[in-house]
Structures are given as structure tokens and as C-alpha cells.
Design a protein around this ligand. Structure first.
Ligand SMILES: [Fe+2]
Length: 190
């Protein structure tokens, strides 16, 4: 992962309208969506949800070798995941193939690196940033990025992800290459 990290001001997790919702209420709202919710709506939900340790307990689990995705809910419009990362674990460089998504850093420190695709040079580094606990980060498409728990963090990372519509096959990229491959996230790796 690149060391060119800047420190943009994270978006605080305070509710937009001063009210909060519970984790169960958030799941109910997601399950009731019949069309993909807007990015700003998802940001608002993830900013205003209060999440306690017992809420996340069913979705916590780390493994060596790769980060672990735990699905909380999914329908045709939207899905929510909890992802658990040991230090040094990171995604491939990918985009969301038409979905938009929001990440809430629940515990730990996340690095996000963004890339630009140049028809001549292929994939190029664009920006990097550090996202501490409480950061809400959302991206419209197209957005080629890599998320991870830096190996120097010295701590586990727990993140909450909402994607609309749910992620299917993702496109993956390599720096300096124009080659695009596909990748299917595996929710229950063995
Ligand atoms: Fe992503």
C-alpha cells in the first residue's frame, strides 16, 4: 500500500438531524427498500446509527491471510456487510461495477487509496487517505480504490459497508496496467 497518505478531515458520525437509530432499525430500513437508496441517504443512516458491541457480535471473526466479509442483510436493492481486517489485510484494487457504497470505520484505522484510469498509461495512483474510527466515507461511481488495514496500525479494523445495489462481480485493476479482471467477493470463505 502506498505511503503517500494525506489526512483529509473525516466526516463525523453525528446524526444529520440530531436523532439516532438502532442497528436493528437500520437493518429493518435496509430490508424494506425496494429500490437502491441514494448515496446521501445511506450516509445519513450510517452517520446516525448507534452500534454497540453486542450488535456486531454475530458478525465478528478474523482470519489470517485475508480480510473476512460478514453479510448482515441483502435484498435486490441494498446490502450491508461487516468486514474484519487484521493488520496488513487489504482488498484488491477494484471498482463497484455500477453500485455506490458507504463505509463506516467502526473500530481501528482504515487506509483508502484512490486510483485513476488513463487510457494510455493504465491505472495510476491518485490519492490516499487515513480514515480513523468514526469516519464515514462514500463514493459515487466510477471509483477505483483499495481499502485496507495498514500493517503498521498494530490493531484490528472493523468496518461497516452498505452497497446499493448489492455488489456482484467487481472489476479489479493493477497499477501501470490497462488490464481489467473480474473478481467475485466471497462472503463465507473457508
Ligand atoms: Fe470498494
Amino acid at each position: 500500500m502506498s505511503t503517500l497518505i494525506n489526512t483529509e478531515t473525516p466526516i463525523p458520525t453525528k446524526p444529520l438531524d440530531g436523532s439516532s437509530i438502532t442497528f436493528s432499525e437500520l437493518i429493518e430500513r435496509l430490508n424494506s427498500q425496494s429500490s437502491p437508496p441514494e448515496l446521501e441517504q445511506i450516509k445519513s443512516w450510517l452517520s446516525s446509527v448507534e452500534i454497540f458491541d453486542h450488535d456486531l457480535q454475530p458478525y465478528l471473526g478474523f482470519k489470517e491471510g485475508n480480510y473476512w466479509r460478514h453479510r448482515v442483510c441483502r435484498n435486490d436493492a441494498v446490502e450491508m456487510l461487516v468486514i474484519c481486517w487484521r493488520p496488513g489485510q487489504k482488498t484488491p484494487i477494484h471498482d463497484h461495477n455500477g453500485s455506490h457504497g458507504v463505509v463506516r470505520v467502526q473500530q481501528g484505522l482504515m487506509w483508502e487509496t484512490n486510483f485513476a484510469f488513463d487510457a494510455g498509461k493504465g491505472l495510476c495512483y491518485d490519492t490516499g487517505r487515513e480514515c480513523p474510527t468514526g469516519t464515514i466515507t462514500g463514493a459515487e461511481k466510477p471509483d477505483i480504490h483499495q481499502l485496507g488495514n495498514p500493517d503498521v496500525s498494530g490493531q484490528d479494523l472493523i468496518t461497516i459497508h452498505v452497497y446499493a445495489p448489492p455488489l456482484g462481480v467487481l472489476k479489479t485493476y493493477k497499477v501501470g496496467s490497462a488490464k481489467v479482471e473480474v473478481y467475485t467477493p466471497n462472503d463465507f470463505p473457508t
